[in-house]
Design a protein around this ligand. Structure first.
Ligand code: GAR
Length: 205
């Protein structure tokens, strides 16, 4: 049984989508062992508790990055987490944190990376005038929104779009993409060639 740890800072809709996928059997052999928020008032914390999951608040405000990260990693290890999913976790991880879970930390970002990293990706996409945007699930490395890409899903940008309409449509794809990416990583039937994740062919018996 795989043990997932979810880190979030806000609404938590990606967390809820992952939890729904597990409950519906779309992510087999996995459970969410702990949900951790760095923001005391994150609605995702309440959503986790309502589902009967362990949800911890480890506030980051006023803390050094490494001091906070050490507390978060200790909680993840205490709950035997083997896959960390950042789901709207609006905080950069220290290199030390990343090294604790090699190729075992995923992030979701609301653009087709490497376009529009950082904050307000949907607003950046509308302002730039791209005709296609989307979402990316990637491994977390030491740089912001940078690690190897696992899944991307594209979304058209329409003439009438503003960042809110676009964000809503991207979010629907995020909820599908995260489940796909978790399954790829947990099954492990891929190889890394440089930055490229290549799916291995499943041999027929
Ligand atoms: C999502 O759109 C996610 O892609 C984005 O924050 C939102 C969280 O929503 N993450 C980032 O921008 C990270 N760089 P949620 O709390 O409803 O899952």
């Amino acid at each position: 049984m795989h043990s997932l740890g979810i880190l979030l800072s806000g609404r938590g809709s990606n967390f809820v989508a992952i939890a729904d996928s597990i409950d519906a059997g779309r992510i087999p052999d996995a459970k969410i062992s702990v949900v951790i928020s760095n923001k005391p008032d994150a609605p995702g914390v309440e959503a986790a508790r309502q589902r009967g999951l362990t949800a911890l608040v480890i506030p980051s405000k006023g803390r050094s990055r490494e001091g906070h990260d050490r507390e978060v990693v200790a909680a993840l290890k205490q709950h035997d987490v083997d896959l960390v999913c950042l789901a709207g976790y609006m905080r950069l991880l220290s290199p030390w944190f990343v090294q604790q879970f090699p190729h075992r930390i995923l992030n979701i970002h609301p653009s087709l990376l490497p376009a529009f990293p950082g904050l307000e990706a949907q607003e950046q996409a509308v302002a730039y005038g791209v005709k296609v945007s989307g979402c990316t699930v990637h491994f977390v490395d030491e740089e912001l929104d940078h690690g190897a890409i696992i899944v991307q899903r594209a979304v058209p940008v329409f003439n009438f779009d503003d960042e809110h309409y676009l964000a809503d449509r991207i979010l629907k794809q995020e909820h599908i993409a995260y489940t796909e990416a978790i399954n790829i990583v947990l099954r492990g039937n891929y190889e890394m060639v440089g930055r490229r994740l290549r799916m291995k062919k499943i041999k027929k018996k």
